[in-house]
Design a protein around this ligand. Structure first.
Ligand code: ME8
Length: 530
């Protein structure tokens, strides 16, 4: 029995409207979750909304509504977005839900009892926008300005409850040295590892300057700091504060997550504070915190003040013009998954759409299905003795070997969160089919009736190649691949759906005699004017 797996996104602030950044992280997680489900695994994919804190309280006051009303409204907006993007999350957690609040209190009580949380006084440099203290060294490095908002850091003093992060410094260093893939990409790992050497300060986990949050057990005038409250979502969704409860009995198996996917700006909380809290609670560590970089717009950081966020209405224009799966393809293959930010450009989107989806994927599916329609009345010819391009050397793999190694490689890339590489590897099968068509020219051979058996072998191989590629690409483009697979008489269902990715992609599953319909999954569209 293979172990269950899980993946998480950050939970998004309800004081902001959904935009490309939220859609991006959640789509990456969705692709991974779908790939693992297709591979026959038991998957739990978690996302949700972060609803407490001074910022929500302030936004609600400005609008003259209660923080809960604001949270309800905007959380619903995020939930709708998940549906719009075809995201397959298994749960959507809200930090204002009772199931979350009650468990956060239990976790904090446990930390109080173990001495990992204590009441103390603190004075230090505070980033008001981020609601975060920074060390004296870091404050100096930052020239006493917030790295996010650019506003001056302020000197603040508080009586608060603290988490004894300093006590975990050497444990964390040892953990990082033993687990060099704990933070990915490697550049981000090195960043955190470097900062750990500077030492760790205890972190305040409560505030007294606002009230919209979870009250500290036994001291309700203290409100649990929004970040601490939020991090717990990953465990409260699984019911882990109550190990004997129903939720934990059903979902406890999903802890720890394989990937906690986040943006680079919240790496410290996820790679240092959170692991230390898990150590204090004696819970197993996530396997990997994956911190991607940012989408930027025309070379500039997207920000509320610049108003250049690719927001939901803009994204909907892309859906209308190119379709949801083209959007998912662009997110997955061209996004800032490494340490570099990625510029979102309408022109680049259009180029990728045209070259990879229209001219490669759709053209190959369309040429193949039309020729089968034309020369074999839409019935799958025999692919058993399928031909390789004439230029292939004697050592070249057969189609079945090529499809087999491609499927194994694609599966490995998906599992390893190398999603763009998985996409490219799957698309390489389409490129191989194109080479076969271009070199053998079945449309010319078909003019000679004596050559029809050879045309049958060629087109049999083409159809099977397209089918295997569509199976492998379906986590990224679920609807379009389903369309192609249905046209090829091979939808992913029944045994195809349960036997694992490599099994579903096995060469020769598309049997002779299957009815093949013409399909053209992506159509050419006009280039953007700007
Ligand atoms: O930070 N490019 O929530 P948030 C790519 N509630 N991804 C981006 C992005 C961009 N330009 N902008 C945002 C919070 N993101 C906290 C998290 S978790 C316990 C609490 C994505 O609404 C990216 O994943 O500000 C980033 O980490 C997240 O949205 C921040 O969302």
């Amino acid at each position: 029995m293979r172990t269950p797996v899980s993946i998480t996104t950050p939970i998004y602030y309800v004081n902001d409207r959904p935009h490309i950044g939220h859609a991006y992280t959640t789509t990456l997680c969705d692709v991974w979750a779908r790939s693992q489900r297709l591979d026959g695994r038991d998957v739990f994919f978690l996302t949700g909304t972060d609803e407490h804190g001074a910022k929500v309280e302030k936004s609600a006051r400005e609008r003259g509504i209660s923080p809960q009303a604001l949270a309800d409204e905007n959380s619903e907006e995020f939930r709708k977005v998940m549906a719009l993007f075809g995201l397959s999350n298994d749960d959507f957690i809200r930090t204002t839900e009772e199931r979350h609040e009650s468990q956060v209190k239990l976790f904090v009580q446990r930390l109080l009892a173990s001495g990992d949380v204590y009441l103390g006084e603190f004075e230090g440099w505070y980033d008001e926008g981020q609601e975060e203290y920074v060390t004296d060294t870091r404050a100096k490095e930052l020239d006493y300005k917030s790295p996010i908002s650019g506003k001056p850091l302020v000197r603040a003093k508080e009586h608060n409850y603290y988490f004894r992060l300093s006590a975990y410094a050497s444990k964390l260093e040892k953990f990082f040295d033993a687990q060099p893939a704990f933070v990915r990409p490697l550049g981000r790992f090195n960043e955190v590892r470097g900062r750990l050497r500077e030492g760790l300060m205890d972190v305040p986990i409560t505030r007294t300057n606002f009230s919209w949050g979870i009250g500290m057990p036994g001291a309700p005038e203290h409100v649990i700091y929004v970040w601490i409250d939020a991090l717990f979502n990953y465990t409260t969704a699984l019911g882990l504060a109550d190990p004997k409860g129903t939720t934990a009995s059903l979902r406890g198996k999903y802890w720890p997550p394989v990937y906690q996917v986040i943006g680079k700006e919240i790496l410290w909380f996820h790679a240092v504070v959170w692991p230390a809290m898990l150590m204090a609670l004696e819970l197993p560590m996530p396997q990997c915190v994956y911190a991607h970089s940012f989408w930027i717009s025309n070379g500039q950081k997207m920000s509320k003040s610049l108003g250049n966020f690719i927001d939901l209405p803009t994204i909907e224009e892309y859906f209308a013009k190119y379709g949801l799966d083209a959007w998912r393809w662009y997110m997955t293959t061209q996004g800032p998954i490494g340490t570099q930010d990625a510029d979102f450009s309408p022109k680049h989107f259009h180029e990728i759409y045209t070259s990879q989806l229209v001219n490669t994927f759709a053209n190959c599916a369309s040429r193949t299905s039309s020729m089968i329609e034309k020369y074999f009345a839409g019935v799958m010819p025999d692919a058993e003795t399928a031909s390789m391009p004439s230029s292939s050397s004697a050592q070249a793999p057969s189609w079945s070997e090529l499809a087999g190694t491609t499927a194994v490689e694609v599966q490995r890339r998906y599992a390893n969160f190398e999603l763009a590489e998985a996409a490219d590897c799957a698309l390489s099968l389409i490129r191989a089919v194109d080479v076969l068509i271009n070199e053998t020219q079945p449309f010319k051979l078909a003019k000679d009736p004596a050559k029809l058996p050879e045309v049958a072998r060629i087109l049999g191989a083409c159809a099977e190649g397209v089918r295997v590629a569509a199976v492998l690409l379906s986590p990224i483009m679920p609807a379009k691949c389903a369309e192609v697979l249905t046209a090829l008489g091979s939808p992913i269902e029944g045994e195809f759906a349960t036997g694992g990715l490599v099994n579903a992609a096995r060469w020769g599953r598309l049997t002779a005699g299957t009815r093949i319909l013409k399909c053209a999954p992506f159509m050419r569209v006009d280039a953007p004017t700007a």
